[in-house]
Design a protein around this ligand. Structure first.
Ligand SMILES: Nc1nc2c(ncn2[C@@H]2O[C@H](COP(=O)(O)OP(=O)(O)OP(=O)(O)O)[C@@H](O)[C@H]2O)c(=O)[nH]1
Ligand SMILES: [Mg+2]
Length: 298
């Protein structure tokens, strides 16, 4: 029996969360086409016949501009330090840049095996893949190299077998049907934020956060009532998120409720408020509050 922890690290938008969801077969992490989607660590456990792997999805590593971002990057760096395997996820559809160089310097300090993933291969012609693999082969003695697609599933099972082969021997840490330590509150806030990310653009995706204010379970099998606040940084942003006559926040709410009902498997009434908190991304107290809401169950 093998068992161990595996961190997925990389630049924002590389496809880490898509890969985690594909591996565990469930939407544990929200995904968007904007960078910096994941803001905290997300754990997903996968049981194999001969192994248990504890995957840790992390925020994309970038140059932080606010306290929020500094915390995000710290979370990723910390995750890298206490796992058995690190997976560096690189988007094969974009040219390597300074951010990728920086990630290479980070993995060079590690003593655990580092596996390189070239993601999004469904977007890339084979001829372009080979030079990229060569580039990384020369850059670092990776334990393995796997080109894959988290969207269409190409090579993902082969990738998992590679990981299992590098896991240390040991007994399972969790029961076989255990999936994640994330709380329902966190899942709710994230699913609402996913719709905000989907429906907004420019600086709004970065300057929005969602807090669950109340979660009322019905006594019988009625409707669960969930009250959330979407925090933005300026009045003008509030205007956009609320939308003309409230149309935008209604669209966010409708789409989020559909997702919530599916993921939580029950009927939901979702109540959304949009509020302004200037510069919340640098507000340590609010960031602590959000972190508390997101804290994994132990
Ligand atoms: N075509 C294609 N798109 C992908 C693939 N993997 C991810 N994407 C897309 O890339 C974008 C970013 O994916 P995420 O999984 O959110 O990336 P991430 O690395 O978790 O990003 P952060 O959380 O911001 O660090 C989304 O639009 C995904 O749909 C892939 O294998 N193929
Ligand atoms: Mg992510």
């Amino acid at each position: 029996m093998r068992c161990g922890t595996i961190a997925l690290i990389g630049r924002p938008n590389a496809g880490k969360s898509t890969l985690l969801n594909r591996i565990v077969g469930q939407k544990l992490a929200i995904v968007s086409d904007k960078p910096q989607t994941t803001r905290t660590r997300i754990t997903g456990v996968k049981q194999y016949d001969d192994a248990q792997a504890i995957f840790v999805d992390t925020p994309g590593i970038h140059k932080p501009t606010h306290r929020l971002n500094a915390r995000m990057v710290d979370t990723a760096l910390e995750a890298m330090r206490d796992v058995d395997i690190v997976v560096l996820v690189v988007d094969a559809s974009v040219r390597p840049g300074r951010g990728d160089e920086y990630l290479l310097t980070l993995v060079k300090r590690l003593t655990v095996p580092v596996v390189l993933v070239l993601s999004k291969v469904d977007l890339v012609a084979k001829a372009r893949l080979l030079p990229l693999l060569e580039h990384y082969r020369e850059a670092h003695p990776f334990a393995d190299f796997v080109p894959l697609s988290g969207v269409d599933g190409t090579n993902v099972e082969a990738f998992e077998r590679v990981l299992v082969s590098h896991l240390p021997e040991g007994d399972a840490m969790f029961p076989p049907d255990y999936l994640t330590s994330q709380t329902e509150r966190f899942q709710v806030a994230e699913l609402v934020r996913e719709q905000v990310l989907r429906l907004t653009r420019d600086e709004l995706p970065f300057s929005t956060t969602v807090v669950v204010d109340a979660f009322e379970e019905p006594a019988d099998h009625g409707i669960t009532r969930i009250y959330c606040t979407i925090w933005v940084e300026r009045e003008s942003q509030k205007g956009i998120v609320v939308g003309h006559g409230g149309s935008m926040v209604r669209d966010i709410g409708t789409a989020a409720r559909v997702e919530l009902e599916r993921e939580l498997d029950r009927r939901i009434h979702l109540d959304l408020h949009v509020k302004v908190k200037a510069d919340w991304r640098n507000n340590e107290r609010l960031l602590d509050e959000i972190a508390a809401q997101n804290r994994e169950e132990s």
